[in-house]
Design a protein around this ligand. Structure first.
Ligand code: AHG
Ligand code: MN
Ligand code: MN
Length: 337
């Protein structure tokens, strides 16, 4: 992990990168400007949640049959209303909307497709624990004079042109990649800017943490049980036992995994053969980021980024993290260990 040796804002950083690409139109810079504006608005709502008494459940249930918290809805609206009029997007898909989010006809359309989880880790809202926003960006595949359809959203993850997340923790951090490494920016509310805080992040080749919901272990496969038990045994070389870390906000668990290494797993199990996390707006963006940092992300059989999504809200098992750890986990899942 390299700390920065220069002071630069996110806006300037992106502009300079776009200047390296002859023919770049500045549209990506402008998209990121709009997205990080939305992130700032969400951060403000998250910080004020207790004060404004907006914490608590609404009566609504989202497309997955889960009770939605007010902040999920607020964050969803903030992103839609910050992005739908800018002329940069062709269509959007969100965890909180069953169908595609089309751009209203009164606004111009652009070439990008935005997929997002407006608030990840929402069970942690009421207890002041870190939550986040996840996004992935594609280019549309439909023609510019056509109505967008699900083909624009159901693209393989490796086709993302950018992905990342915002974390609303002790500070607000924005981490993203455009397929050329991973950089992190920390929001300084006193100057109103995201400032580069980690440049060229690489995930350690092996970590000492495993992150999975052990409350589900009664329904895990024998192979996955064996792997987790193995991590808890003491080894001669002193590398094991690993320590357990599980926040229950995927984005926060994966942020720690990115910086400290190890493995994050939301496996398939006997009652959920596809695990829990959603392929399009959770697994794919996080998988691209972790791969860009030198790590690995798989569903246990194939690379996450190579999976053809079949619907917007489909789920996928996810094993993600340091290369050594994910490969070792796969060896267990394939009965090679
Ligand atoms: P969301 O809040 O967007 O619905 O996502 C919750 C996800 C993810 O953040 C986390 O990794 C996972 O749910 C935790 O699930 P368990 O409570 O089943 O461990
Ligand atoms: Mn989520
Ligand atoms: Mn969510």
């Amino acid at each position: 992990m390299i700390k920065v040796s220069r002071f630069i804002t996110l806006d300037n950083f992106i502009t300079k990168q776009e200047n390296f690409h002859p023919g770049a139109s500045g549209e990506f810079t402008s998209f990121m400007h709009d997205l990080t504006f939305a992130v700032r608005l969400i951060a403000r709502e998250v910080r004020r949640a207790g004060i404004n008494d907006i914490i608590g459940l609404t009566d609504e249930v989202n497309v997955h049959g889960e009770q939605v918290k007010k902040l999920d809805i607020i964050a969803n609206e903030i992103i839609i209303k910050s992005m739908n009029h800018t002329g940069k997007l062709a269509v959007m898909a969100s965890e909180e909307n069953e169908e595609l989010i089309q751009i209203p006809s009164k606004y111009p359309k652009g070439k990008y497709v935005l997929v997002f989880d407006p608030l990840d880790g929402s069970s942690n809202i009421d207890v002041n624990v870190t939550i986040g926003t996840i996004f992935g960006l594609y280019k549309r595949v439909t023609k510019s004079d056509e109505e967008c359809n699900v083909d624009d959203v159901l693209q393989k993850g490796y086709k993302q042109i950018a992905s990342g997340y915002a974390l609303y923790g002790s500070s607000t951090v924005f981490v993203y990649t455009t397929g050329n490494g991973v950089n992190a920016f920390t929001y300084d509310p006193t100057v109103g800017e995201f400032i580069l805080s980690y440049e060229g992040i690489t995930i350690p080749e092996r970590g000492k943490y495993y992150s999975t919901n052990e409350g589900n272990s009664y329904k895990w496969s024998e192979q996955f049980k064996k792997y987790i038990n193995y991590l808890k045994e003491k080894s001669e070389d002193g590398f094991r036992p690993y320590s357990a870390r599980y926040i229950g906000s995927g984005v926060a668990d994966i942020h720690r995994t990115l910086l400290y290494g190890g493995i994050f797993a939301y496996p398939s199990d006997k009652s959920n053969p596809n695990g829990k996390l959603r392929l399009v707006y959770e697994c794919n963006p996080l998988a691209m980021l972790i791969e860009q940092a030198g790590g690995m992300a798989t569903n246990g059989k194939e690379r996450i980024l190579d999976i053809q999504p079949k619907n917007i809200h489909e789920r996928s098992p996810l094993y993600l993290g340091s290369k050594y750890d994910v490969e070792e986990c796969m060896a267990f899942l394939n009965d090679n260990k």
